[in-house]
Design a protein around this ligand. Structure first.
Ligand code: ADP
Ligand code: MG
Length: 484
């Protein structure tokens, strides 16, 4: 049945699934890495897709081979295969593209590398990041810190939620590499101030020790640079560059989870070198080291060497203080009861708190309305509704697995153990009920099952909930948890 489909339809279906699986938060990745792909042929069970460059092909293989594999097999059946066709510029003499095809899952350097960079490492927001790979006389180079100077310790409001992290950060800035907090790991959910605090520690360090080299990098950029280095054969330069700094800050290290194993290895080397030289390492992540599954175990064990300090949701007093500080720094006045109203009602994270404040100010100035409690109420209501996020399948998996005390990845396993089958079925049931994901995507995320299995799971759960008291209790109890 599948082979009767034409290649365009097959790829269009794949794209739909991929887009849905990646979700809104990865829309950019979808746009940059999947949209440019052109399907060109379907031979038996093999779909041939054309990608713009070898680098592109390598990147896809490094990061998304599993997603591609699952999606293709879903569309074309278990024998589904993918081949890449790569456009290689023939040395600049002829602009006629030479096409090479490479089998899928066999990432390998070829002799016919395009010379120019298909992907410009210095080409996005933070343009002035020097590319470590092209700096001559690397030993003498002055490394720009890449810190965001708007983020300081002075404007990082202290509260119960961040006391340990903030004071450890201050201690590190006074004496980088020489305290027990090496590495210093800052972790917590989105919008709770990890990036702010990490930058602030860097800024403070520079203020106290102007001669030290501080470098801030996001894990995503680090990965890009590493890939680029690999492509141009300058991995050693890359590693050397990073070993020159006195304080290295890597933001959002969870980005490497379940991928980028070579990048992690390079970082591991850099880490060891810096640590041995008593240089400071600061890492941020959305999870505690012990929960960072998907990173190399030996790297995780290094992360546990120093101090892991968490950032929590600020309590209402701290939220008030943060709002007041933002207002003061912008020179804006606002009635106390309005500030209170916002602080009490936006309790997710600081980014949303700030967002609400900014919207309110914008509302009042655009419509020339006074900032009153009523206006704040209207705005906050809208804000809370528009930001109440949709539950994700990942989250459902986590809640169900926690509930039954199972490891989260058990849902992905092939086992037929009753408790795991049950957890998987419950996950599918709640995913169907509480997300907009299609049956296909739910199946894909829950152990690579097809849509019929998901449908069957949903029926089984409904039936069991009617006939089995214990099961009914689980379903109700879980449902409550999702609504909390
Ligand atoms: P994360 O990196 O954890 O997602 P950010 O560091 O980007 O969060 O913080 C989100 C926003 O909230 C930033 O504008 C930051 O300045 C602000 N913020 C977070 N925590 C505080 C704090 N304790 N005091 C002042 N501003 C804060
Ligand atoms: Mg951040």
């Amino acid at each position: 049945m599948a082979t009767a489909k034409d290649y365009k339809t097959v790829w269009a279906n794949c794209l739909k699934t991929i887009k849905e699986t990646l979700g809104k938060s990865n829309e950019q990745i979808y746009k940059e890495w999947f949209e440019p792909i052109v399907p060109i042929q379907l031979e038996d069970n093999t779909l041939i897709i054309q990608v713009p460059s070898e680098f592109f092909y390598e990147w896809l293989e490094e990061h998304y081979v599993n997603l591609l594999r699952r999606t293709i097999r879903y569309e074309l059946g278990p024998k589904g295969m993918l081949r890449y066709s790569i456009v290689v510029d023939g040395g600049g003499i002829s602009d006629k593209p030479i096409t090479t095809t490479l089998p899928w899952g066999s990432k390998q350097p070829t002799d016919n590398k395009p010379k120019e960079m298909p992907f410009n490492i210095n080409n996005d927001n933070d343009k002035h990041i020097p590319n470590p790979l092209i700096i001559p006389g690397i030993q003498k180079v002055k490394i720009e810190s890449q810190l965001n100077s708007a983020y300081t310790l002075d404007n990082f409001v202290e509260g119960e939620c961040n006391r340990l992290a903030r004071s450890a950060g201050f201690a590190v800035a006074k004496d980088p590499g020489r305290t027990a907090f090496n590495p210093l790991m800052l972790y917590g959910g989105v919008g709770l101030g990890k990036t702010h605090l990490a930058n602030a520690i860097g800024m403070k360090t520079k203020e106290i020790h102007p001669k030290l080299t501080v470098l801030y990098v996001t894990s995503e950029r680090f990965l890009q640079q590493y890939m680029e280095a690999g492509r141009t054969g300058s991995t050693n330069d890359f590693i050397n560059y990073y070993t020159l700094v006195d304080v290295l800050i890597v933001d959002d290290i969870q980005f490497w989870a379940n991928k980028a194993s070579k990048t992690q290895e390079a970082f591991f080397q850099i880490f060891n070198h810096l640590h041995q030289q008593k240089k400071q390492i600061i890492i941020t992540s959305d999870k505690a080291p012990s929960e960072l599954s998907g990173l190399e175990p030996r790297l995780i064990s290094r992360l546990k060497w120093g101090l892991a300090a968490d950032l929590q949701v600020p309590d209402v007093d701290t939220r008030m203080a943060i709002l007041k500080q933002k207002l003061a720094s912008d020179g804006i006045e606002m009635p106390e009861n309005v500030i209170e109203y916002i602080a009490y009602n936006i309790n997710t994270n600081v980014r949303e708190l700030e967002g609400a404040l900014v919207s309110l100010i914008a509302q009042s100035s655009l419509n020339r309305k006074q900032i009153t409690l009523d206006l704040a109420k209207q705005m906050v209501d809208k804000f809370v509704k528009s930001t109440s996020r949709e539950i994700t399948i990942d989250y459902i998996q986590k809640v169900v697995c926690d509930y039954f005390n199972l490891p989260v990845d058990s849902i992905q396993s092939r086992t037929r153990k009753r408790e795991i089958v049950q957890a998987r079925q419950l996950t599918m049931y709640f995913a169907k009920k509480m997300t907009k994901a299609s049956l296909a995507v739910i199946g894909l995320q829950c152990g690579n099952k097809d849509h019929a299995t998901v449908l069957h799971a949903c029926k089984t759960v409904s039936n069991l909930a009617e006939t089995d008291k214990q099961f009914r209790y689980w379903v109700d109890d879980l449902e409550k948890r999702f609504k909390e």
